[in-house]
Ligand binder design. Sequence first.
Ligand SMILES: Cc1cc2nc3c(=O)[nH]c(=O)nc-3n(C[C@H](O)[C@H](O)[C@H](O)COP(=O)(O)OP(=O)(O)OC[C@H]3O[C@@H](n4cnc5c(N)ncnc54)[C@H](O)[C@@H]3O)c2cc1C
Length: 487
Amino acid sequence: MKKNISIIGSGFSALAASCYLAKAGNKVTIFEKNTTVGGRARQLKKEGFTFDIGPTWYWMPDVFEKFFADFNKKPSDYYELIKLNPAYSVYFGENDFITIEDSLEKICIAFEKEEKGSSVKLKKFIAEAQDNYNIAIKDLVYRPGVSPLELVTPVTMKKIGQFFSTISKEVRKEFKNERLVAILEFPVLFLGAKASNTPAFYSFMNYADFGLGTFHPKEGMYSVILAMKALAEELGVTILTQQNVEKIIVENNSAIGIQVNGKEILSDIVLSGADYHHTETLLEEKHRQYSEKYWDKKVFAPSSLLFYVGFDKKIENVEHHTLFFDVDFEKHAQAIYDTPQWPDEPLFYASFPSKTDENAAPEGKEAGIFLIPLAPGLTDIPEVREDYFDKIMMRFEKLTNQEVKNFVIFKESFCVNDFVEQYNSYKGNAYGLANTLFQTAFLRPKLKSKKVENLYFTGQLSVPGPGVPPSLISGKLTAQLIEKYTN
Ligand SMILES: Cc1cc2nc3c(=O)[nH]c(=O)nc-3n(C[C@H](O)[C@H](O)[C@H](O)COP(=O)(O)OP(=O)(O)OC[C@H]3O[C@@H](n4cnc5c(N)ncnc54)[C@H](O)[C@@H]3O)c2cc1C
């Protein structure tokens, strides 16, 4: 039976769900509170510069291919993908960095230079990571997190030990060089937790990094959002912006519609791609599944302080993606996860899309995005943002041996308060709910409400978790559940 479906939000997960639901013949409408679609993956354009506001790393290209293939399309029907070489570089001190190139063979050479014998260990580690990738990303993540039994398969049983060890432990068993350890612990940061709190099985992220590589969609990640918007509209989805959903209307324990900008809109199904915690606040308390205490106890992925900077010159000695791991990683991680506070000496990440993409900045100039991961919920005031900008600019100049601050044409910042105000994000988290052992699959907030009929959820606080590829999968899983329970 064709259903009338209202979707809250237009992030990757909501757009993905809308495509599947429209393809199944439903009448689908997206209600987005902001002026443009894309959620955390929106775009900032200023003075001829273009920045992705959120995600910048395009990993796991197979997941995107699979998504478009479900609609008999290919990513290349909508956007051009460039494989980055080098993928990225990591600074450890002044003029001291390791470059990660675009193939395992080349990365092995870089590893061997750092630690004799490490390339053999790396190949073994990545072979195991690939095996995990085949199990997790090609199969397990496409299960809806309804039952623990979803994780019990002959292959996962063989890997059970890896669920009770951590990435950190496994990496440190094999590699002694702290710089190599930091590089191998980096990919799981995308899952939102420390490597010492992430199951070893999640080494599939290392395969995504070294095995599959890092890509850049021409014109940025926002071109993927535009691709999904175009696909959704081709399939008949109606997308409305500046539509703030204020309430989910429930009658006899069943969702019957939403209130948007003061107006009631009735539908058969309500699906929310907004942050899970926020969505539940749109319900009366008796209809919420998870208490404030529940959310407070969860391990959230970091928030971030971001700067989008237009530079009046080309920046030297950096790659498209450059990580700055020249300070104590553990101390910064403690400031995020253990005793939430502003870090004394932050690690940071910088991206220069105009290194690859001439559209990102006017000729002779550079677009720079700087990101400092932070604990969610920190007090966010303009003076503190400014201090941290000065701090990282000084470090950046010293480490990369050049003057940059005097070449700043403009800078825009984005931090905890903006995440809350613009996305209704819980404590201003950037990447949702971390993927720790106890926050995996069936242990995550459910895609289908247990209390309200015809109410569903999708997105990075639900199943399978944070990141763009998981968000695409989350949309598909929710759409499948809706078809299963309402047909
Ligand atoms: C700074 C940053 C960097 C990142 N880097 C990467 C990366 O490099 N690679 C990667 O794979 N992932 C990255 N991520 C994670 C990735 O961007 C997210 O996992 C993904 O975009 C989340 O999509 P979503 O659909 O869950 O939610 P969102 O994108 O948050 O979408 C939710 C939408 O709901 C809307 N909404 C909220 N409340 C309402 C309401 N009441 N009414 C109407 N609409 C509402 C919001 O405006 C928003 O548009 C990054 C995230 C951030 C923030």
